[in-house]
Write a protein that binds this ligand. Structure first.
Ligand SMILES: [Zn+2]
Ligand SMILES: [Zn+2]
Length: 278
């Protein structure tokens, strides 16, 4: 889950998500999107429980669920059988690889992973932010401190005594936004390398260690080392090894293997928060 100010982006909703979600005290009435990668059970079995819990706990705001073709049918079928009572509007958005979801100040690019069934990967990209404000320059230009400064800081122009001041006159170069890519249940592939390019954080399928490389290939997953190669090729800043097979009681060898290729690899445990600085 990406927690961005007051907003939440939850990627996939496997069994147990509702419990973890409540434990994380993520907030039940925030602006929120759930993005589903594909329809294997471990990525969607949590949806009915999640929707029911959110409604039961008092969610009122609209909730958007994004996913591949078939999502609307899935939600309708669940609802037909178990009749969850959502006290909020549910917006279903089916997307295809190549599409982009736009929001006020970020976008989510959709691409295809390489798995047994159609599987989507998502890249969350913030728009570039205005550069740093220079108060000295503002004072020199005779702009009084207050609302006009605020306006300039947000990248908008102002008028002072009939004179137009452009925000660029008082702002430094614009700063890039955060980029986080989520690619699970996938073989390493060129589409993901392209999608992830320049990410601050890449969350990538790392189901197996190198001794089980054949298994990874057969089941449409990646080894930790393969994930590390994707992170390196796409020049990411950090790699989170994710979707580790339950057969590993101790997954530290996966981390060691990834680190030999891409040093900035991490193996996050449940409920861990990773800060992504800009
Ligand atoms: Zn899968
Ligand atoms: Zn899976």
């Amino acid at each position: 889950m990406i927690r961005r100010g007051p907003e939440l982006l939850l990627f996939d909703c496997g069994e147990g998500t509702q419990r973890q979600f409540l434990q994380a005290k993520a907030g039940i009435n925030r602006k929120m999107r759930i993005l589903i990668s594909h329809f294997h059970g471990d990525h969607v079995f949590g949806l009915p429980g999640m929707l029911h819990s959110l409604s039961f706990m008092g969610r009122k705001r609209e909730l958007e669920i994004v996913g591949p073709k078939g999502l609307a049918e899935l939600i309708t079928s669940i609802n037909r059988v178990v009749k969850f009572y959502a006290n909020f509007d549910l917006r279903i958005r089916e997307v295809r690889p190549g599409q982009t979801i736009r929001d006020a100040d970020y976008r989510i690019r959709v691409s295809a992973g390489k798995h047994g069934i159609p599987c989507l990967a998502y890249a969350f990209e913030e728009d570039p932010r205005p550069g740093r404000f220079d108060p000295k320059k503002a004072k020199k230009l005779g702009i009084p401190e207050g609302p006009l400064w605020k306006r300039l800081q947000s990248g908008r122009d102002v008028k002072v005594n009939g004179r137009r001041i452009r925000s660029e006159q008082v702002l430094g170069p614009s700063r890039r936004g955060v980029k986080i890519t989520y690619a699970v249940d996938t073989r390493p592939c060129a589409q993901i390398v392209n999608l992830a390019r320049g990410s601050d954080l890449l969350i990538h399928d790392s189901c197996f260690d190198e001794s089980a490389a054949a298994k990874a290939r057969d089941y449409g997953h990646s080894t930790a080392a393969e994930a590390a190669r994707v992170a390196k090729k796409s020049k990411c800043r950090k790699l989170a090894l994710f979707h580790i097979s339950a057969m590993y009681e101790d997954a530290s060898p996966l981390l060691t293997q990834a680190k030999t290729i891409f040093r900035e690899s991490i193996l996050p445990q449940d409920m861990v928060t990773v800060s992504v600085p800009v």
